[in-house]
Design a protein around this ligand. Structure first.
Ligand code: BG6
Length: 490
């Protein structure tokens, strides 16, 4: 099966920070793939905008290099790369002064009838100045959209200030706050699984689900990003955004329609129903960690450049949701660097069968498990209890019903990167997979007291072995409830 491609409307995309790391790794390669698949309409223009001295030719060479570096050789025939770099342009602008803005205006002149997207791939302190300059240069048209990405604040107060800055310049309907986890194939499949099948929804509640586990494990260390990362930590880098979003999509009520406000309203309700974790509860329900030195590399503290740092690069938490659907069913989440392997998955652990009709020697019947795997090997697996094959009498074994998307939907399907899909959604004007301002604030409102307690010494980071499943207290978080994590990479 080949993915279907529906061309989008004509557009101009201006990437501020166009010579930066995200543009090179994700945005330009993503746009290149969309171009290759015929989704970019004739005349689409991609403009890199940055402070650096460079002209269009220079940016075209930069774009070529990015594609050669980040797209596999077999996927980038020279003719495709040549044709793609021909549609990129460059404007040298300075966010903090008027320099260059009239040049950018010239590139966009006469193209007011098409979608115009500004992607701010820059530090948040430039969001306000760039919005002001875009406005002052008269570049905002009715079809203008603004794309921003985390960090969207570092607490509730700064998130509010940022939202205000954005909404002073743009209407909420023009704002696209990216959380790239929402662009992952399986995340959208979670919604298809829940709301396109009648099978699961009747069981999707605390009567039938014992608990939920959400894991986003990485094997890489913080490495050279250590100094920067240490200002934030896993709670701000991963939990407040990516893990909260996965939790919301897993826990939300069925929206009336698959449209942006209906979906985001439901996610917001989940965020508002999270049981507050405050004061001494933080020590009980939150585990933080830092990896130790291992055979393959230095410790977190060495990479952070601060031997006294209390910033976490691992978090595990037990979270309650105070509503009818989930009362009594905890959500356990965990994320960390330098763990056993890279895997992101959501595990729905159903309750054990209420009564076993089999003899005692058959053993306990383990509750069914639905595993929604985001990466690697995107897919869905349902673990069922079956009869162990053979003539040896009745024995029960656990076996998976496994659907790997790549295998089951055809080998020639290439899973698009999250950014590819999200960029095209911006052009289409579909905000469903983007965070609304109130969602971002609600997530901070819940996280803030936890971070505050941590700043005052709660849940002090524990050291864990590089390449392990995290600190021992993370295992205890579940053991004390008579549960266990699915092994990372199982
Ligand atoms: C980013 C974080 O948002 O997500 C990184 O800032 C993290 O620290 C990355 O490595 C993980 O993304 P993915 O798509 O590789 O799971």
């Amino acid at each position: 099966m080949v993915a279907k491609t529906v061309p989008v409307d004509p557009f101009d995309l201006v990437v501020f920070g166009g010579t930066g790391d995200l543009a090179a790794r994700k945005l330009l390669p993503g746009l290149f793939h969309r171009f290759q698949s015929g989704q970019l309409p004739e005349g689409a223009k991609i403009i890199g905008a940055a402070r650096g001295e460079m002209d269009t030719k220079g940016f075209q060479a930069h774009t070529r290099k990015a594609i050669e570096t980040f797209v596999a050789k077999a996927d980038r025939p020279k003719a495709d790369v040549d044709a793609f770099v021909a549609i990129v342009d460059y404007a040298r602008v300075d966010a903090m002064s008027n320099a260059g803005w009239s040049d950018l205006a010239k590139l966009l002149k006469g193209r007011e009838d098409r979608v115009r997207a500004f992607y701010l791939s820059v530090a948040p302190r430039f969001f306000g100045p760039i919005c002001d300059q875009i406005g002052a240069a008269g570049l905002v048209t009715p079809l203008t959209r603004l794309v921003v990405e985390k960090p969207l604040g570092r607490d509730l107060e700064s998130a509010r200030a940022l939202n205000k800055q954005l909404s002073d310049a743009f209407d909420e309907s023009q704002l696209y706050r990216i959380d790239h986890y929402l662009g992952k194939e399986t995340v959208q499949n979670l919604m298809a699984l829940r709301f396109a099948n009648a099978l699961f929804e009747p069981l999707w509640n605390s009567h039938h689900i014992d608990h939920v586990q959400i894991t986003a494990a990485e094997s890489v260390p913080v490495g050279t990003r250590g100094g920067y990362y240490d200002q934030n930590g896993a709670m701000r880098d991963m939990v407040q955004n990516h893990l909260m979003q996965l939790l919301c999509l897993t826990a939300m009520e069925p929206p009336a329609k698959f449209d942006s406000d209906a979906v985001r309203d439901e996610k917001l309700k989940v965020l508002k129903a999270l049981t507050p974790i405050t004061g001494t509860d933080v020590d009980r329900d939150v585990v933080r960690g830092q990896y130790a030195e291992g055979p393959d590399g230095p410790s977190y503290l060495t990479e952070a450049g601060d031997p006294t740092s209390k910033t976490e690069c691992f978090v595990a938490m037990k979270i309650g949701i105070d509503n009818w659907r989930w009362a009594g069913t905890p959500f356990y989440i965990r994320t960390g660097k330098r763990l056993r392997t890279r895997v992101s998955e959501i595990v729905i652990r159903f309750k054990d069968a209420p009564h076993s009709i089999f003899d005692a020697q058959v053993g306990g019947l383990k509750g069914n498990e639905l595993v929604i795997r985001l990466q690697p090997d995107e897919g869905i697996q349902l673990r069922l209890n079956i009869k162990d094959p053979g003539p040896g009498g009745m024995r029960i074994a656990s076996a998976p019903l496994d659907m790997s998307f790549a295998e089951d939907l055809g080998r020639d399907i290439r899973m698009p990167d999250a950014y590819e899909r999200l960029l095209m959604d911006v052009v289409r004007g579909d905000q469903t997979l983007f965070m609304r301002g109130d969602e971002v604030e609600a997530a901070w409102a819940w996280i803030d007291p936890i971070m505050e307690a941590c700043d005052h010494g709660a849940a002090a980071p524990q050291t864990y072995a590089a390449g392990s499943d995290g600190p021992s207290d993370s295992l205890m978080l579940m053991h004390r409830d008579g549960r266990r994590w699915r092994e990372i990479g199982a």
